[in-house]
Structure formats: structure tokens, C-alpha cells
Design a binder for this molecule. Structure first.
Ligand code: 03F
Length: 209
């Protein structure tokens, strides 16, 4: 069974409000995926994503009835920490988490669209580079861009990456990409809704790390 289809994101309601608990459940499956990628550089990325999920969950669990949607959390933090907001708490964690989620979205979409280096059709470097340029690069100074270069060269072959998405089963590339396309429906809608929320609340920052 495909990892992606087991962990599909939920349909959004018409107002695009994201249920915090369902969101946390959906993203909680992402970090363990990095264990199958087989290079230590991925453990840095894993712990960054994991840390951000934990920060959001920590706030949510303080008062689940108050923080039903992600927007409830971001707005409550704006009230409580007006001086530092949005560079604070779960607002900051979600700001960065969404960039990682966007990276994954662009990477999977590029693979699903069949974009490839004709000379190296089993490499995913063009797809990974596209995702990095669209989602993360502008927030990274040169040191972190160097880490990206290490990760890029440790990227798995496409066949191994797709196999990992299929939980180690040998699945035909076309079948796996069909699953990716299905997964991307609600996933992309959710990531877009988080970006829209940050724009509408004026919560986005563009400092580099
Ligand atoms: C800022 C920053 N976080 C952190 O400093 C950087 C960490 C290292 C980033 C290295 C970049 C690597 C790019 C990926 C290359 C991957 C090659 C993939 C091959 C497959 C923030 O950190 C903190 O997060 C925040 O809490 C803190 O408070 O200023 C703040 C303070 O700093 C980032 O730049 C976020 C990095 C997210 C990277 C996501 C990469 C995802 C990679 C692969 C995805 C594989 C697909 C999985 C599909 C699974 C579906 C189920």
C-alpha cells in the first residue's frame, strides 16, 4: 500500500479553515519518511520538521477547544505576543513548516508532471532543485545553501525514492505517480490555504537563516 494514500490529507471545508488536530495527524507521518532516505543529512531536515510539528502540537494541547483551527492559534499568539509576533511560538513553527511542505509539494508535482533530466532520467536533481528554488532558497544564507548542496548530492535515485513512497514495494513508476497525483489534491489545497492565511494575517517574514 502506498505511504501517500494511507496518509492522505483531509478535504478542506468551504471556508478553507484547517482543523488543527487533523492537520497534526496528517503531517506526523512525514518525518519517519526521512529514515528510508539513507543519509545523515536527512536527519537534520527530519528534526527541523519534527521540531516544528512538536511546537504546534505543544500549543494545541494546552487548550484543544480554543485552538480548533490553525488560524485560531496564529490569531491567539498575535494577541498574546504582539511585540514579537509573528516571530514567535507556533506561528513561527508553522511559517517554516509550511515552507518544507511547499518544498515537498513542488518536488512531487514536478515528478508527477514528468519533468526530468533527459540525460539522467533516474535522477531527481532537477525536481529537487526546482522545489528548493521555489520554496526555500530565498530564506537561506550561504551556509544553509551548502547543506542543501550536500542533500542534493545525497538525493536517492528516482526509482528508490518512488519505492520508498510505496513502502518498499516494487511498484511500477506510472502506478506510483498516479498515487502521487491523488495525494497532491488535498495536500496542495492545504498548503495553499496555509500560505493564504499567512498573507491575509500579514504573518509572513522573509529573513534568512
Ligand atoms: C530554519 C531552517 N529550516 C533550518 O535552519 C534549516 C535546516 C536545514 C535545511 C537544509 C535544506 C535542505 C533542503 C532539502 C533537500 C532535500 C533533498 C531531497 C531529496 C529527496 C527554522 O529553521 C525552524 O524550523 C524554526 O522552528 C525556528 O524557530 O529562525 C526558526 C528560527 O528556524 C528550514 O529551512 C526548513 C527546511 C525544510 C526542508 C524540507 C525538505 C523536505 C525534503 C524532502 C522531502 C521528501 C519527500 C517526502 C514525502 C513524504 C510524504 C508523506
Amino acid at each position: 500500500m502506498s505511504l501517500l494514500l494511507e496518509n492522505r490529507f483531509r478535504d478542506l471545508p468551504p471556508d478553507k479553515a484547517i482543523d488543527t488536530n487533523l492537520f497534526l495527524e496528517s503531517v506526523s507521518h512525514i518525518p519517519s519518511f526521512f529514515d528510508c532516505l539513507g543519509s545523515n543529512v536527512f536527519s537534520i531536515i527530519k528534526s527541523d520538521i519534527n521540531g516544528n510539528i512538536q511546537k504546534i502540537r505543544g500549543v494545541y494541547l494546552k487548550d484543544p477547544a480554543k485552538y480548533v483551527t490553525l488560524q485560531d492559534i496564529v490569531e491567539a499568539e498575535r494577541e498574546a505576543h504582539s511585540a514579537e509576533w509573528p516571530k514567535v511560538g507556533a506561528t513561527l513553527a508553522l511559517m517554516w513548516l509550511k515552507r518544507g511542505l511547499r518544498f515537498i509539494q513542488v518536488l512531487l508535482q514536478s515528478l508527477a508532471d514528468g519533468e526530468m533530466d533527459e540525460n539522467n532520467p533516474n535522477h531527481i536533481r532537477v525536481n529537487v532543485t526546482k522545489a528548493y528554488e521555489q520554496a526555500l532558497k530565498k530564506y537561506h544564507g550561504w551556509v544553509v545553501q551548502k547543506i542543501f548542496n550536500v542533500a542534493l548530492h545525497a538525493a536517492p535515485y528516482k526509482s528508490n525514492f518512488l519505492k520508498a513512497l510505496s513502502k518498499g514495494e516494487e511498484v511500477k513508476e506510472e502506478d506510483c505517480l498516479a498515487n502521487v497525483r491523488q495525494f497532491l489534491g488535498n495536500y496542495t489545497a492545504t498548503v495553499d490555504a496555509i500560505y493564504d492565511m499567512y498573507t491575509n494575517l500579514n504573518a509572513e517574514l522573509d529573513y534568512t537563516v
